[in-house]
Design a protein around this ligand. Structure first.
Ligand code: DMJ
Length: 671
């Protein structure tokens, strides 16, 4: 043994505690030398011979070893989810990104356009927080069967079928939203047996079925209505009159306490001809909704979702109730504009009539103060009260003149005291700036193309986007919109930016340069890839693009950015692109996205949930929240995408606010 462990030759006899430590750490047999002979001691006795310090040291080393072992195990299992080697795509120019990848913080996506790359088709929500039982069902009914075939058990149990009342009784006819009678679908299915339970959380454990493999004759409009009914069912059961459904825990969350989802959904229900649901919601508004509440609301969110929803519903239905509610809310939001600069505060207490900025700053975000104009301007037109329009036009006038833009691109914040831009140097079309650009064009359209400053600012901004933010990926030359941070380009794009293809197309349709349409088509492809490249077919919140590699991956996703909130921007743009080009590929892409929502975010007993991980169908990490814009926007745009009725909310008569609530385009003023 001494030859194997030469250091033992220097030991004293009897061995000191120091010797014991050294031996313990080097000799796996843990023998101690005794006058040339080995004397076996029990581990326990040896342990007791140690000083407290020595024992602590040993325990410390063991703990460190255990932590290291656990860490390396978890890295090994994480790396199994991606098939790529780091070297395959490390040609990125973004040093921060590269370093984050090397430290395990970023994942590249799997190969392009390959259905086989989409990962294993295993059941999802593997560890749901509540009791689960997966019925052996796959995908939405429309995936499996033509329109007249029977629905799956899961669907039957959870979803009111087309043409069927709550009690299961078949309705023979449905009344379209214009009042015409149309035939209800003939959908029949045996009821579930009494002892069959629906999975509490059972997104369908389906194989990915590419669109080309779908049965002919699937009624896509009906599939969207099914999705809406399913979402509404959860909201009605567990969150009625509250802001948002938490579909997994079967509860709700409050943001403003104003029935946010219910109001955001009104015009979608009207458009989809969901009359019973609409009537119930209207009754709640009539009987329960009061804005006379001591509650702080966010000016922007309340304007686009609630004021916009009420105004749009008033226009669709002609029902005065909605206009009265809109007036009441609009006047309660006005204190937000009482600031030294007239740039509004972010928050208003609609009961007390007081307003304030967020606690940590006196800044407001640029998107927020410049994306309330469509709604306030329309409120003035309807009420013949100019105060609303004057307040929001003042903001646009100031921003038009404000120094500090970068070729039409704006910083993300503005100070409510000074009226000046703050946090300069960062330019993005994502969060905090996005709808500024959208509303420049849409205000110009709303006002009958008469307000030249809005158009000038829009054209200049799009030129700035092209000059500073548009780039192509190295591998497949996908066009994307990145960000500029203190003159440094970052190939980062929020999913939010996917509103841009639709806005560019809308501008081109209204006579703006043809190259806006070219850019729209290219960006649309990229936004589609942001879905198609993911293992779930759902886009993450943020992606990074690979600028330099000639081959390898185009898209990377950081673990912190892998969530999907059921956002609408891509399907919104698909709707515009289809309306203006009639290219069927846009409908196919939208259909794929709807199927992915159904497959990975649908909660069996009602509702859809946002998820934390679009990269792993076996570990989606549901966030237990259904955002109101899923009903207000995402499903509305999908419905409009699949509708053949080009007069349904015609883009020559309506302009959609940033929450998908259509408001009328005003007649052009006399010249
Ligand atoms: C919506 O509230 C609006 O579309 C807004 O412009 C951006 N964020 C959400 C949807 O993603």
């Amino acid at each position: 043994m001494a030859t194997i462990f030469p250091s033992h030759a220097n030991m004293m006899y009897p061995p000191t505690r120091k010797d014991f430590i050294s031996l313990t750490l080097t000799d796996p047999t843990c023998n101690i030398y005794n006058n040339g002979k080995h004397r076996k001691q029990s581990y326990w006795r040896k342990w007791k011979q140690l000083s407290r310090l020595q024992r602590s040291l040993i325990l410390f080393f063991l703990a460190v070893a255990l932590v290291l072992a656990l860490l390396s195990y978890s890295r090994m299992s994480t790396s199994r989810t991606g098939s790529s080697k780091k070297e395959d795509w490390l040609e990125t120019n973004d040093d921060r990104l590269k370093s984050e990848f090397l430290h395990g913080k970023v994942q590249p996506v799997v190969g392009p356009n390959s259905m086989t790359d989409k990962g294993p088709n295993l059941p999802i929500f593997q560890s749901p927080p509540i009791n689960k039982k997966f019925p052996n069902k796959r995908g939405p009914p429309s995936l499996k069967k033509p329109a007249n075939a029977s629905h799956t058990l899961l669907e039957k149990q959870d979803v009111q079928l087309p043409g069927e009342k709550e009690n299961g009784e078949k309705e023979k006819k449905l009344v379209s939203w214009r009042g015409a009678m149309i035939e209800a679908d003939q959908v029949t299915e045996p009821p579930p047996s009494a002892n069959e339970k629906v999975a509490a959380v059972a997104p369908a454990p389906a194989a990915f079925v590419p669109t080309t493999g779908l049965p002919v004759g699937v009624d896509r409009l009906e599939a969207v209505r099914d999705a809406f009914r399913h979402a509404w069912k959860g909201y009605k059961m567990y969150a009625w009159g509250h802001d948002e459904l938490k579909p997994i825990s079967k509860s709700f969350s409050e943001w403003f306490g104003l029935g946010l989802t219910l109001i955001d959904s009104l015009d979608t229900m009207w458009m989809m001809d969901l009359k019973e649901e609409f009537a119930e919601a209207k009754q709640w508004i009539e009987k329960e909704l009061s804005f006379n509440q001591n509650v702080d609301v966010n000016l922007f969110e309340t304007t686009i979702r609630i004021l916009g929803g009420l105004l749009s519903t008033y226009h669709q239905t002609g029902d005065q109730l909605f206009l009265n509610k809109a007036k009441d809310l609009g006047s309660r939001l006005m204190p937000a504009f009482k600031t030294p600069s007239k740039i509004p505060f972010s928050d208003v207490n609609i009961g007390k009539g007081t307003a304030h900025p967020p606690r940590w700053t006196s800044d407001s975000s640029m998107a927020e103060v410049t994306s309330i104009q469509l709604e306030f301007r329309e409120l003035s037109r309807l009420t013949q009260d100019p105060q609303y329009k004057e307040a929001v036009d003042e903001v646009m006038k100031q921003v038009h003149k404000l120094p500090g833009k970068h070729d039409g691109l704006i910083p993300m914040f503005i100070n409510t005291n000074s009226g000046q831009f703050t946090h300069r140097g960062i330019y993005t079309l994502g969060a905090r700036a996005d709808s500024y650009y959208e509303y420049l064009l849409k205000q110009w359209l709303q006002g009958g193309k008469s307000e030249d400053e809005l158009l000038e600012d829009y054209i200049e901004a799009i030129n700035g986007v092209k000059k500073h933010l548009v780039r192509q990926t190295g591998p497949h030359k996908w066009t994307f919109v990145g960000e500029l941070s203190h003159n440094r380009f970052s190939p980062k794009m929020d999913h939010l930016v996917c509103f841009l293809p639709g806005t560019l197309a809308l501008g081109a349709h209204n006579g703006l340069p043809g190259d806006h349409m070219d850019l729209a088509a290219q960006l649309m492809e990229t936004c589609y890839h942001m879905y198609a490249q993911m293992e779930t077919g759902l886009s993450p919140e943020i992606v990074h693009f690979n600028l330099h590699a000639a081959d390898g991956h185009d898209i990377f996703v950081k673990p912190a950015d892998r969530h999907n909130l059921l956002r609408p921007e891509t399907v919104e743009s698909l709707f515009y692109m289809y309306r203006f080009t009639k290219d069927p590929k846009y409908r196919e892409w939208g259909w794929e996205i709807l199927q992915s929502f159904n497959r990975y975010t649908k909660v069996s007993e009602g509702g859809y949930t946002s998820i934390n991980n679009v990269r792993d169908p076996t570990n989606l990490e549901p966030r237990d929240k259904m955002e109101s814009f899923f009903l207000g926007e995402t499903l509305k745009y999908l419905y409009l995408l699949f509708s053949d009725d080009m007069e349904l909310l015609s883009l020559d008569k309506y302009v959609f606010n940033t929450e998908a609530h259509p408001l009328p385009i005003w007649p052009s003023p006399p010249k």
